[in-house]
Design a binder for this molecule. Structure first.
Ligand SMILES: [Zn+2]
Length: 416
């Protein structure tokens, strides 16, 4: 078995790995680089069979629903077998209705520790803890060699038990470990502690307690772990959670009844429709979407009246409407995304709006990726013959942190 990383040896985002054995090839992730502008065309990685049919390409596996791992998949020529988690395929189809997503009919679904064969490859997915729902690490076996691809992984989220399970019962006899290192960067030297989702929940509850008006939570609708954190903090502080229809649709796509959503089992959850979502429903004539949530829908008048009892999943497009209706008197905002997004256009717009309306903002967030200490636990448990950095800007730092490190370059083949 041999491998080449197409993108990711020295980059976070746009991951793509090609694996070859007995003349057949398998691709792990076809991500869109995070550096690409919105709408910018990015060519497919140079893998035979992605753009033009080639029978030696036996399949593409998408590890999870983040665009930097699937974003170029819609350019793949028809007929290539695609594999991903079942919830992932539903989430991507739902996201395609609202914003950016992927509509494909996967050949088969990934299932936790359920092995299957694709050509000469035996694949075993490991459901893992990450900020994307239904994310997997992958064990690839062929010709008596074993490659383990971490995908994006962490050990401090709401599914930390999956990470512990992997460390306690890891794949054995692994020849090569392709391990993400999003948090391998100079400022994280040493076994620095990252807040857990539980820590974030406690801090959020405190901010919510200390706010007289509405709490505006800014997060990603696809970060289901964080949604649960926000819901639990809202409940602890005696507040209702008001989500938008897009987030409610993503929750529904998870197929997991334990995630809060508008419905009879969740009396504290309501739904509010920002203008762009009402327009989307109207344009698509998808009126069953609004009919389904009618009993749980709230409007500006209700939000203004109940502002001291509400946490609202917020985006700045709705800001002026909510301000005009008196919803934001005494409000505070919680930024629950990566800090760097505040410097981008939409982050700047949000900061301007909050500043103009005298709304204080608190950052309460934790990484979707493992701390260096957890990566060390993982690497030690698996004990690979060689450890290859991926999804990182810190490849050159790996040697000081892990054993058997072997840096590989984008585009270069290496034997497992
Ligand atoms: Zn990810």
């Amino acid at each position: 078995m041999r491998v080449r990383i197409h993108r990711g040896a020295h980059e976070i985002g746009g991951s793509c790995v090609e694996v070859e054995s007995s003349g057949k090839r398998l691709v792990l992730d076809v991500g869109r680089p995070l550096t690409a502008e919105r709408g910018e065309y990015v060519p497919l990685p140079d893998v035979a069979g992605l753009a033009e049919p080639d029978p030696s390409l036996v399949g593409v596996i998408i590890s999870h629903s983040h665009q930097d791992h699937w974003g170029l998949a819609e350019q793949i020529t028809t007929g290539v077998p695609v594999f991903m988690g079942e919830a992932t395929s539903r989430i991507l189809a739902e996201a395609a209705f609202w914003t950016t997503g992927l509509k494909v009919e996967p050949t088969a679904f990934l299932r936790h520790r359920g092995s299957f064969e694709i050509g000469p490859f035996r694949v075993t997915p490991y459901l893992n803890d990450h900020s994307a729902y239904d994310a997997y690490s992958l064990l690839i076996e062929a010709g008596s060699r074993r490659l383990f691809y971490s995908g994006d992984i962490r050990g401090h989220g709401r599914k930390a038990s999956l990470f512990d399970q992997l460390v306690q019962d890891p794949p054995v006899d692994v020849d090569a470990l392709l391990m993400e290192g999003t948090n391998v960067r100079p400022e994280n030297d040493g076994p620095r502690h990252l807040d857990t989702e539980v820590d974030v929940e406690a801090a959020m509850a405190e901010t919510m307690h200390g706010t007289s008006g509405m709490v505006l939570a800014i997060s990603s609708g696809q970060n289901i772990d964080r949604l649960v954190t926000i819901y639990r903090a809202a409940k602890r502080s005696g507040r209702h959670l008001v989500m938008d229809l897009y987030t409610a649709a993503i929750v529904s796509a998870t197929g997991n009844p334990n995630i809060p959503r508008p419905g009879p089992e969740w009396p504290l959850v309501h739904v509010y429709l920002p203008l762009w979502q009402r327009m989307r429903v109207k344009d698509a004539e998808a009126f069953s979407r609004t009919a389904d949530v009618r009993p749980y829908r709230v409007y500006e008048e209700w939000l203004a009246e109940h502002r001291s009892e509400v946490v609202l999943l917020f985006s700045s497009q709705s800001g002026p409407t909510l301000a005009k209706a008196g919803c934001l008197d005494g409000a505070s905002a919680i930024w629950s995304l990566w800090h760097g997004y505040l410097a981008e256009h939409s982050g700047q717009r949000l900061l301007r709006f909050l500043g103009d309306n005298g709304i204080p903002i608190t950052e309460l967030h934790t990484s979707g990726h493992a701390s260096v200490a957890d990566l060390q636990r993982l690497a030690k448990a698996i004990g690979p013959r060689r450890l290859v950095p991926i999804h990182t800007f810190g490849a050159t730092r790996y040697r000081a942190l892990f054993d058997n490190v072997c840096e590989e370059e984008d585009g270069a083949w290496w034997d497992v």
